[in-house]
Structures are given as C-alpha cells and as structure tokens.
Write a protein that binds this ligand. Structure first.
Ligand code: NI
Length: 175
C-alpha cells in the first residue's frame, strides 16, 4: 500500500555525501523541471484542480508550490555561500499556496519559472567546490545548522516527492 502523502518515502538526511552521490543529487535537481512538465502534460483544467489525495493540495497548487519552495532554496544557497551561517527566513507554504496568484496563473508559467530557476541553481551547484557543501544556514524553526549537502539532498527529494504525487494520482485515476 503506497502512502499517498509520501510516495517516495519521507526525507531522511544523509549522514555523509560522497562526490558521486552529490553529483547524482544535482542531476535529480536538474531533472525536476522536465519531470514536472511531463507529470502534468495533457491534464485538463478540471484535472489540475483535483487534489492529489483526499484533503491534499490540488495538482495546480503542487505545480505552483514547487517553484515557491525552490526560489527560497536558491536564496538560501546563495546566502549560505556569501554570508557566515545566515539565519534563513522560513515561510508558511500553506498560506503561500492559497494566495490569489495560485488559481489565477497558468501552470505553464510555473513550469517556465522552474526551468529558468533550476538552470541558474544547477549551474551554481555544479560549480561549487566540495567544501562549499559544508557551508550552511541556521534554520530558526529547527534551531540547528543545515549544511548545503543536506539541503541539496532535501530539495532533490522534494522535487521527486511532488512529481510522484501527480504521477500516482494519474495512475490511480487512469489519466
Ligand atoms: Ni513541498
């Protein structure tokens, strides 16, 4: 029985990351925009407005949520690379996803945003030295230091997590 909320499992921070594991995680981040585009290809407006699970966000909300999240991630990487352990600014994703741009914006706009954002982010990730991944930020909600190696793993997981929500809904619905 697949857990509809966590179809690829919950995120587990890696204890350590080798160069090749890090390269594979960056490849995951690089694949996210195309994977999301494929996941929603051909869906009707009604299908986009369907919750991926009972009580969950709609497909449209998921598509807009991922760039919202990854814009924050991109900023956190840049801050961690240019400041001494910055304290990052959390945001309330449940409130963000209910702002009026979510229903009013075509999903294609967020797919294009994700393409452009990940092109910049992956270019940065691939240019970072191994020691750069030991830099990090302080997350005030968890009150702890998050190294960029862990943040990379988290956002690689995050893309796969939400794409799987949509592909699983399509399988279950026969779309
Ligand atoms: Ni998310």
């Amino acid at each position: 029985m697949t857990d509809l909320s966590y179809p690829v499992g919950k995120f587990a921070p890696p204890s350590s990351t080798s160069d090749s594991e890090r390269a594979a995680l960056i490849d995951d981040v690089a694949r996210t925009p195309a994977a999301m585009r494929t996941a929603v290809a051909g869906l009707t407006a009604g299908q986009l407005d369907t919750p991926y699970r009972p009580g969950g966000w709609t497909v449209r909300q998921l598509v807009h949520h991922v760039p919202d999240s990854h814009i924050n991630a991109y900023l956190r990487f840049k801050q961690a690379l240019t400041e001494d352990t910055p304290t990052i600014k959390p945001y309330d994703q449940d409130v963000w996803v209910k702002l009026p741009d979510t229903p009013a914006t075509p999903v294609d706009v967020s797919l294009a945003l994700l393409d452009a954002l990940h092109t910049r982010w992956v270019t940065l990730l691939r240019a970072m030295k191994p020691s750069d991944f030991e830099r990090g930020y302080r997350h005030p909600e968890y009150n702890r230091f998050v190294p960029l190696s862990e943040a990379l793993a988290q956002y690689a997981w995050h893309g796969r997590h939400h794409v799987a929500h949509i592909t699983l809904l399509r399988q279950r619905s026969g779309w």
